[in-house]
Ligand binder design. Structure first.
Ligand SMILES: C[S@@+](CC[C@H](N)C(=O)[O-])C[C@H]1O[C@@H](n2cnc3c(N)ncnc32)[C@H](O)[C@@H]1O
Length: 370
């Protein structure tokens, strides 16, 4: 899905890989991908890819790069390193050697070196070590792309924005089709759906690391942002519905929707999912219910899931429901047959997106067989 999305944003030679998508393009492609991708976590610019045997090889590869041509020594830097099947003893030591090489290069050329800031760095450098291959990237995004800039309230166990957007895409939901999240928490699904409905570029309310690069093309960036703004649709009421049991969750959703200028576009109400009725005869229900790992109510969830299944059966015939959960108990206790199961990661948490097609008439059949 990310590969499709990037192609639409102008990426070339798009190639899905493990955990990411490779693509090629110029700065315009890079800006467009950061501004327009709802699904990507980061857009990384590959600046080196080579074989290595030891820490010195990693240092030499890093030292050879023209860091001073990409950013100023006044900026702060952070180095991240990930490894799979790497034979080297200490990743911390390799991280240090990469940082040393960047600083040594700056000192050599400009007699000044950038400072390190691991919390709010201006520039992020990502290294990846495989068995004998070392790849280095300059992060063009800065903060991860799921940070859209509109979230003012996080609520209880919010889902990442890019995962919510990816799930909306997986379900085939299209603007205009009724959408309900009956356990909406801070409103992430509603917000992402509304942004899609109005063609709002997800990156239009934030800044990016590439704005600090020496190559930064301010006129091009201003033009692209202006074009994106011109493609937005006027905000109108949409068939997007959100509810939650708790007033404080709804207040978080309201705060976030308001910050994004989307409060008037969606319906919000306080309700127990076990007592609601479908707002329209057909539609798509997408939700991530409370689950044991985060909420710590395993006992009561064992009673909750079968009741949730009953409500879907009795009140949502004609709808397709998508439930995201890390809880292995849910599929067993909801007493519905999943028509599709998609493995997904919510951060580090492995989840399943379960699809349930609520066919009109299935309730009658179930009752007859009871
Ligand atoms: C995992 S959180 C959902 C997070 C949400 N997707 C977000 O991004 O913020 C589960 C939500 O279910 C709500 N909830 C729990 N029991 C409920 C019930 N019986 N009816 C409606 N909502 C309920 C909680 O208040 C919580 O906001």
């Amino acid at each position: 899905m990310l590969a499709d999305e990037l192609s639409k944003l102008g990426a070339e030679k798009v190639l899905p890989a493990n955990g990411g998508v490779h693509f090629q393009g110029n700065w315009k492609t890079c800006y467009q991908a950061n501004l327009g991708s709802r699904i990507a976590s980061r857009i990384l610019w590959q600046i080196a890819s080579t074989t290595y045997r030891n820490e010195q090889d990693v240092y030499d590869t890093t030292l050879a790069l023209p860091w001073h041509e990409w950013f100023s020594s006044e900026l702060t830097v952070r180095v991240n390193l990930a490894a799979i099947k790497c034979p080297l003893r200490s990743l911390d030591f390799v991280t240090l050697r990469i940082k040393d090489a960047v600083c040594d290069k700056f000192r050599k050329i400009t007699s000044k070196r950038p400072s390190i800031d691991t919390v709010h760095p201006d520039i992020r450098i990502h290294g990846f070590l495989y068995a004998n291959e070392f790849t280095l990237y300059l992060d063009t995004s800065g903060d991860a792309l799921f940070k859209r800039g509109y979230r003012k309230a996080a609520g209880n166990a919010p889902i990442r924005e890019n995962l919510a957007a990816g799930i909306l895409s997986l379900t085939g939901w299209q603007p205009g089709k009724p959408l309900l999240d009956p356990m909406c928490g801070s409103g992430t699904f509603l917000l992402e759906a509304a942004q899609i409905a109005f063609n709002i570029a997800p990156g239009s309310q934030r800044h990016f690391a590439f704005e600090k690069f020496k190559q930064f093309d301010q006129p091009l960036w201003t033009k692209l942002k202006k074009e994106a703004l011109g493609k937005q649709h006027p905000i109108t009421q949409q068939p997007i519905y959100g509810s939650d049991l708790y007033g404080y969750a709804l207040s978080d959703a309201r705060t976030n929707l308001e910050a994004a200028g989307l409060l008037d576009a969606v319906y919000l109400k306080q309700a127990n999912v076990l007592e609601i009725t479908a707002p329209t005869p057909q539609g798509i229900l997408i939700t991530n219910p409370p689950y044991g790992v985060r909420i710590g109510e395993t006992q009561s969830l064992a009673e909750f899931y079968p009741k949730l299944g009953d409500i879907l059966k009795s009140k949502f015939s004609g709808w397709t429901a998508y439930i995201l959960s890390a809880d292995t108990m849910l599929p067993k206790t909801i007493r519905l047959k999943a028509t599709r199961r998609t493995p997904l990661f919510n951060g580090a948490l492995e989840c399943r997106l379960l699809e349930y097609k609520m066919i009109a008439g299935s309730l009658k059949k179930n009752n007859e067989s009871d």
